[in-house]
Design a protein around this ligand. Structure first.
Ligand code: ADP
Length: 292
């Protein structure tokens, strides 16, 4: 039975909110990501919605996780927040600005590291800087400084001195560490993680949780993590949002009050396993009863 001592519960009905921008995920800090009553259907208004009247807010510097059954619209939510898709209804703001195109202030990492095999690790990590201004302009004249930044990031994720390796010389976990460096090299204010550790074995995954925990603590970046791994969400997040089956909507929110810094031993604590159990119940009921 969940005790609710080290995390707060606030189960929420799936009804639309009259004042949605700060209705969910409200925090004493200002909201950095605000998703208000968003509906999106692939194929336009005629299509069946992938997400429906979805609302949540994430505070600046917060580590938020979204969990939900497969196909509930988690990746769609990521695309909407980063401006790769646009909702048919509702409003999305990041840093107070309405999202009207691909977000420059976001970094992204996915389940597949997607490193270019013909580029060395260092050159893979530099890639976003060749695209995003003002780095693109500065890269030629300040290349040494940028390379020093890459090397510092590599050291921070445990890949010190590996910049000259090609991706195929790295293990899966090392490639994913490099992909995190690539997502962070332009110092994004928002880091979007879509199942980034889903393809890794459980030991490597837990190592990377610790890497992610330390990156968040040292960089104060706002993070939105989509995952189907409830332990991962409980270990890393400040707040966890549960989505319904398609069409996706936020049906519950859990504030994780486990103390930081968290180490892996915390995954054996009763408060942690209670939280994971509670999340599992939420997902099970979401799978059985899609939102009307
Ligand atoms: P999740 O990440 O939770 O598994 P997705 O956001 O990928 O879910 O997908 C939500 C729903 O939208 C699914 O039913 C999926 O089949 C559908 N969908 C996703 N991408 C597209 C697309 N490009 N075109 C049409 N349907 C899509």
């Amino acid at each position: 039975m969940a005790r609710g001592r080290d995390y707060e519960m606030s189960s929420q009905a799936a009804a639309p909110h009259p004042d949605p921008p700060r209705a969910r995920g409200e925090d004493m800090r200002a909201a950095f990501v605000e998703i208000a009553n968003v509906t999106h259907a692939y194929g336009g208004q005629e299509g069946a919605p992938a997400v429906d009247r979805l609302s949540l807010a994430i505070a600046e510097g917060e580590f938020a996780a979204v969990v939900g059954p497969s196909g509930c619209g988690k990746s769609t939510l990521m695309k909407l927040v980063t401006g790769l898709q646009f909702p048919q209804a509702g409003d999305i703001r990041v840093g107070g600005q309405k999202v009207v195109g691909p977000l420059k202030i976001a970094g992204m990492a996915f389940q597949a590291p997607n490193l270019l095999p013909w580029r060395r690790t260092l050159e893979n990590i530099l890639l976003p800087l060749e695209i995003v201004q003002p780095h693109r302009r500065r890269l030629r004249s300040e290349r040494a400084a940028y390379i020093a930044k890459v090397e510092a990031l590599l050291a921070q994720v445990g890949l010190g001195g590996m910049g000259d390796k090609f991706p195929w010389e790295l293990s899966g976990g090392m490639q994913q560490r490099a992909s995190l460096c690539r997502a962070l090299i332009h110092e994004p204010q928002l880091l979007m993680l879509d199942e980034p550790f889903g393809a890794l074995d459980s030991f490597t995954r837990e190592e990377l949780w610790c890497v992610m925990r330390d990156l968040h603590a040292s960089r104060k970046v706002t993070i939105l993590l989509v995952t189907h791994d409830l332990r991962e969400a409980a270990f890393l997040a400040d707040r966890i949002f549960c989505m319904s089956s398609r069409p996706g909507r936020i049906i519950a929110e859990r504030k994780v009050k486990l103390p930081r810094p968290r180490d892996l031993d915390i995954t054996c604590a009763g408060e942690f396993t209670d939280l994971v159990h509670d999340l599992r119940l939420q997902i099970a009921s979401a799978r059985q009863a899609p939102c009307a």
